[in-house]
Design a binder for this molecule. Structure first.
Ligand code: HBI
Ligand code: FE
Length: 313
């Protein structure tokens, strides 16, 4: 059976070379990093930078208990991410390696999709090396070490999620072959960055974009504005997304195993053949086939969102 992620014979150890038709963001590689975009070593942070980590950590812990997925909270605990200061990647990689075989490697900035996918396919998580300044405490565009390590790494301590992320990285090869990286990027966005999970105690967040920021956990779980729709991979890969505001729609998984199976057991060849180059659905849309958890009023977005100073209700 040809499944979506059956890429038998693919040499995942070798950095892929995307064909010239594949769109890749025009990122300028800093001269001190090689083709793999890895920093030679993690930065040495100053006392003020360690203090930024500690303050961000404390702020998130005010909101996350009862809102973050239990796998996330368990990961924070297992990796002892609250011991104080920016975690050392070497030690984190050793602990994570024992748990799920993943490591954390430093990168200078956003890296090209195919390089990012290649690291994931080899169970390496590329994490931003720098930490935001106090001036950019609430919101930054580029992923820093707090977003990447606090937001993403705890979930990688969960074996099912760890396998999902590797499978996702491997899926990048097929997406490149069909020139559908944008669609695969939407799946990342609505799961890894902004995913919600249904737990016995109610909805929780497992997406790093929600868990590493000050206000989105409350909005995503408790506000009346956003739609919450059960994840359907085909549908999500056709859905547009915003990167600079709270999400109008969140997608809900029933379990991490549900996420893994929906992705790994999908016929991605068939999906990509039927997929146009652009997105079909607006990020506010609720469509006929949706299995809706709760339909939102969308009032936050209808009032113009962040740029209009709308209240996130
Ligand atoms: N680079 N450093 C970094 N971090 C990311 O999360 C990242 C990236 N490059 C590409 C990328 N993500 C996208 O491919 C995914 O968001 C789909
Ligand atoms: Fe991220």
């Amino acid at each position: 059976m040809e499944t979506g992620l059956d890429l038998t014979g693919q040499a995942f150890e070798r950095l892929p070379d995307p064909s010239s038709e594949v769109f890749t963001a025009p990122l300028k590689r800093p001269p001190h990093v090689g083709e793999d975009w890895l920093e030679p070593a993690q930065r040495v942070y100053g006392a003020d930078e360690h203090a930024v980590w500690d303050d961000l950590f404390a702020r998130q812990m005010e909101v996350l208990p009862g809102r973050a997925a239990s796998a996330f909270l368990a990961g924070l605990d297992k990796l002892d991410l609250g011991r104080g200061g920016v975690p050392e990647f070497a030690r984190l990689s050793r602990d994570l390696g024992r748990l799920t075989g993943w490591s954390v490697v430093p990168v200078p900035m956003l890296i090209p999709d195919h390089v990012f996918f290649w690291h994931l396919a080899n169970r390496r998580f590329p994490a931003g090396n720098f930490i935001r300044t106090r001036a950019a405490f609430d919101y930054i565009e580029e992923p820093d070490v707090f977003h990447d390590v606090f937001g993403h790494v705890p979930m990688l301590a969960d074996p099912t999620y760890a396998d999902y992320m590797q499978a996702y990285g491997r899926a990048g090869w097929k997406a490149m072959r069909y020139n559908r990286l944008k669609a695969l990027g939407a799946l990342y966005w609505y799961t890894v960055e902004f995913g919600l999970i249904e737990e016995a105690g109610g909805l929780r967040a497992y997406g790093a974009g929600i868990l590493s920021g000050p206000s989105e956990a409350v909005f995503a779980l408790e506000a009346r504005s956003p739609n919450r729709i059960y994840l359907n991979v085909d549908r999500v890969m056709r859905t547009d997304y915003v990167i600079d505001d709270l999400q109008p729609t969140y997608f809900v998984i029933e379990s991490l195993a549900d996420l893994y199976h929906q992705t790994v057991e999908r016929d991605f060849d068939r999906l990509y053949r039927g997929l146009g180059p652009g997105f079909t659905y607006a990020n506010t849309a609720v469509i006929d086939i949706d299995n809706v958890h709760s339909r939102g009023t969308l009032e936050y977005h209808l009032r113009g969102g962040r740029k209009s100073g709308a209240r996130p209700v």
